[in-house]
Structure formats: C-alpha cells, structure tokens
Design a protein around this ligand. Sequence first.
Ligand SMILES: CC(C)(COP(=O)(O)OP(=O)(O)OC[C@H]1O[C@@H](n2cnc3c(N)ncnc32)[C@H](O)[C@@H]1OP(=O)(O)O)[C@@H](O)C(=O)NCCC(=O)NCCS
Length: 149
Amino acid sequence: MTRWIVRPAAKSDWATIAAVERASFGRLSWGEASLRDGLSEPLVSALVAIRDGGAEPHGFTLWRTLGDEAEILSIGVRPGARRQGAAGAMMAAALEDARAEGLRAMFLEVDAENVAARALYAKLGFYLVGRRKGYYRNGHDAHVLRKDL
Ligand SMILES: CC(C)(COP(=O)(O)OP(=O)(O)OC[C@H]1O[C@@H](n2cnc3c(N)ncnc32)[C@H](O)[C@@H]1OP(=O)(O)O)[C@@H](O)C(=O)NCCC(=O)NCCS
C-alpha cells in the first residue's frame, strides 16, 4: 500500500502540476497560463501528493475558500499513479484544512460521466445537490456535490 505525503504546493511544483493537469484533462485542460493564474489567487490553496520517500508530485488538488464554504477547483493524479490512494489522501487533507479554517461545507462540480471521480467523491461522503446541463466544453452535464464539514 503506497503511503502518500500531502503538502502545500511550492512554486517549484508548478511545472509538474501543469504536466499532471494536462495528462489528466487532455483537451479540457486549463492550460499552463490559466493554471498558474489559479495557483496565484490569494484564496486558492494547492496541495500535492508525493510518495513517501519520493520527491516528485504525482497528484495535485486546488481548492478555494468562498465565504464560509470551500470549493474544489481541480484534482488530478498522474495516469501511472492512479488507484493507489493519492486522490483520497489529497481530498482528506483538503477537507481537514477546510474544517480547520472553520468552513461549513465543501462543494465541487464533476462531469456526470466521470465514473472514477464520482466514485471517489461518493466514497468521501459527497452528495448530489444540483445538475448543470451541458456545463462542460465536451457537452457533458455537471453534477454539483456537497459535503458538510
Ligand atoms: C479521479 C482521480 C483524481 C482519482 O485519483 P486516484 O488517485 O486514482 O484515486 P484514489 O486511488 O485515491 O481512489 C479513491 C477511491 O475513488 C474511487 N475510484 C478511483 N478511481 C476509480 C476508477 N477508475 N473506477 C472506479 N472507482 C474509482 C474508488 O472508490 C477508490 O477507492 P478504492 O481504490 O479503495 O476502490 C483520477 O482518476 C484522475 O486524475 N482522473 C482524471 C482527472 C479527473 O477526472 N479529475 C476529477 C475532476 S472532478
């Protein structure tokens, strides 16, 4: 079982985050410039997952504070490192950080056809609070999910 270390992203991680994001989202990638803008926003927190004893991030999570709520903006894990608990570890850390900030709920949008992500969020206790038809550039609907903190 891989043990993941989750820590705040440093500026030196940004190029790796951009590569993992590109590999994770393909045509729907934000692109490096938008990603860097997002990473620089004051209310945005970025986490990376590193294998215990390793150095290179294999996953990233971006979330932000909106009033007394948190929102996951993006999460991705390098294709070769999936299904080993990296996303679960990052989500647990983001939820813990949001709780520590006194926030009352975490929200996110997920492609209704993204089986892996929907299973991840269901396992973490997120539940459906809304649907947005044709929300994504590929025409897919979004599910809006919430977890109370
Ligand atoms: C979704 C994603 C972040 C999951 O990352 P991951 O590190 O592989 O996830 P984990 O190993 O922590 O999985 C945690 C749980 O999520 C669920 N899950 C993850 N991948 C799954 C898959 N391919 N099929 C079904 N369930 C899956 C399982 O319940 C899993 O627990 P288990 O392995 O004990 O069964 C990863 O597949 C990814 O980067 N996808 C492309 C980008 C993306 O879709 N991001 C989400 C946008 S909302």
